[in-house]
Design a protein. Structure first.
Length: 286
């Protein structure tokens, strides 16, 4: 036979693959893509190509009708080293987002998922860069490659002046210090720890570093009011950062309120003056 008759004769009925075989087929195809990239394009010096998937569902805790221009993003982060910005292993973006729930499907390079590492999925819904919904809890990724499915919950931001222009969540974000009492703070050198803080979600604790010593404190959050209390730190001698670190800790103790603007966090004193300015920080995969 020739032409259309031959094609019709050789066609087979479509049979959907079982879920397990479908996952294996997708992984195999991703592996082929990674291999082709290495052999044909030359990937030396480039991030490793994705060859695995983290899946799941993002659910909204309460019913929210989102505008059609909203954008959904889910990110797989390596949070193994808490003193350093989290490393982005993969990101999914859906625009327009539509309405929740959202299917999570994040490609990532399995070579960067090490046995003793710690990994999380976080998700947001934004509108023109302003945060509408976000995960406000930690959602760890299982180590077993066969069970890397993570379901997350999205929380609506309460309407208030301090966060109306926020582009990233207040809690769990790695906030790197960029300005102290009006003076710019230089970025750290390669491998060095930047002065930073992270407001934890499971308890009202803030952790971070002054650039030399790690610190821990309680925090109280009520509307735009933010206070840090009972700050304790290590006592390592810091020859270069000692003076600046002391000023940083003193400024934290004087904080009375906050305001977010895009990817920045401003901490203010009793008279509304800016004491500290931070920027959210992530590290791209290399």
């Amino acid at each position: 036979m020739h032409g259309a008759d031959a094609f019709t004769t050789r066609m087979r009925p479509y049979r959907p693959l079982p879920a397990g075989r479908l996952h294996g087929a997708v992984t195999s195809r991703l592996s082929v893509v990674a291999l082709c990239c290495s052999l044909l394009l030359g990937c030396a010096g480039r991030p490793p190509a994705p060859d695995a998937i983290v899946s799941g569902v993002a659910l909204a805790r309460e019913r929210v009708v989102l505008p059609p221009e909203a954008v959904f993003e889910a990110t797989l982060l390596d949070v193994t080293h808490p003193d350093m910005p989290p490393v982005v292993l993969g990101r999914q973006r859906r625009a327009p987002a539509g309405q929740a729930p959202y299917a999570i499907w994040i490609p990532y390079p399995s070579s960067r998922f090490v046995p003793k590492g710690h990994y999380e999925v976080r998700a947001t819904v934004t509108l023109e860069g302003r945060l509408l919904l976000a995960t406000d809890k930690r959602h760890p990724v299982p180590q077993d490659a066969a069970f890397r499915r993570v379901d997350v919950q999205l929380q609506r931001l309460p309407p208030q002046s301090a966060t109306v222009d926020a582009g990233v969540p207040l809690v769990l974000t790695y906030w790197r210090l960029v300005e102290m009492e009006g003076e710019a703070v230089a970025p750290p050198g390669a491998g060095a720890v930047a002065p930073h803080l992270v407001l934890q979600a499971d308890e009202a604790r803030v952790t971070g570093s002054g650039g030399c010593n790690r610190f821990l404190a309680d925090y109280t959050l009520q509307g735009a009011r933010l206070r840090f209390e009972r700050l304790v730190s290590n006592i390592a001698l810091c020859l270069q950062a000692g003076g600046a670190e002391g000023r940083f800790f003193e400024a934290l103790s004087a904080v009375q309120s906050f305001r977010q603007q895009g990817a920045q966090l401003v901490l203010r004193g009793s008279e509304g003056q800016t004491l500290l300015r931070f920027e959210s920080a992530e590290t791209r995969l290399d």
